[in-house]
Design a protein. Structure first.
Length: 246
């Protein structure tokens, strides 16, 4: 395979990965606490790609080096719902799922049938003592800036809010939750301010993402044409060689 076709094919694959990522970001632009994914590009050189050991003819092929999560804060949006909570500052709410602790900025909580403050997925939200926070569904809920929860003036619990020195070690679980992918990395307490009656919007910019999506699609089409041109050139070269040999 020649260098033009190899480079075009590699570029198409990288653009396909980018398209999937951008489409997912756009689809979750309205998801509470969603953190956008980004990509880093690189190149690799492979003598096998062009079938030669000559450095002057080795193709440099573009690839998506890695995907990473943008943990920048989204806009805080008022909802008026006392069970909606938003964090202002670095930090995560902690919930207990069947596969272990999960960390999220999505604070659109509700009270489960058993009285536990729960995430949208139904996982109980942890208090500062590591236990689920139990609430009385018929009583009003007041949440302070430090995460203390009161009902009828009585302290019933305090939200566990943590942060990480290396948040990129978190891996996504679902739309807006994360789990630790490094076992020896432990969370530390966060001083993020808790805002009751608000949620944090996704940090996705729909207009910018849509523009990037169109741009990447056009790049893909250009690379597709380049690959088609390379195939035509190869076919013509083979035909010319056949004619010369005849």
């Amino acid at each position: 395979m020649d260098a033009l076709t190899t480079t075009a094919a590699s570029g198409m694959r990288a653009r396909m990965e980018s398209l999937d990522m951008l489409a997912n970001n756009l689809a979750n632009a309205s998801a509470t606490g969603f953190k956008a994914d980004r990509e880093s590009y690189s190149t690799y050189a492979s003598a096998l790609a062009v079938g030669t050991d000559d450095p002057s003819t080795i193709a440099q092929s573009p690839v998506v080096d890695r995907n990473w999560t943008d943990f920048s804060q989204g806009a805080i949006v008022p909802t008026g719902n006392p069970l909606d909570l938003a964090l202002d500052g670095p930090g995560f709410f902690v919930a207990q799922s069947s596969s272990g602790p999960t960390y999220s900025r999505g604070g659109d909580f509700h009270i489960a049938q058993n009285g536990a403050l729960s995430t949208r997925e139904g996982d109980p939200v942890q208090g500062i003592d590591g236990k689920p926070i139990q609430l009385e569904p018929t009583q009003p809920v007041e949440v302070s800036a430090t995460g203390e929860i009161r009902q009828n003036g009585t302290l019933v619990g305090q939200l566990k809010v943590v942060k990480f020195t290396a948040p990129q070690s978190l891996s996504k679980q679902g739309n807006n939750s994360f789990q630790l992918s490094v076992s020896d990395l432990q969370p530390v307490p966060s001083t993020a301010r808790v805002n009751q009656g608000n949620v944090e919007a996704a940090n996705v910019q729909p207009a910018e993402t849509a523009v990037r999506l169109v741009s990447v699609m056009r790049q893909f089409e250009m690379l597709q044409k380049a690959m088609s041109l390379g195939n035509q050139m190869n076919q013509q070269a083979i035909q010319n060689v056949a004619k010369a040999g005849g």
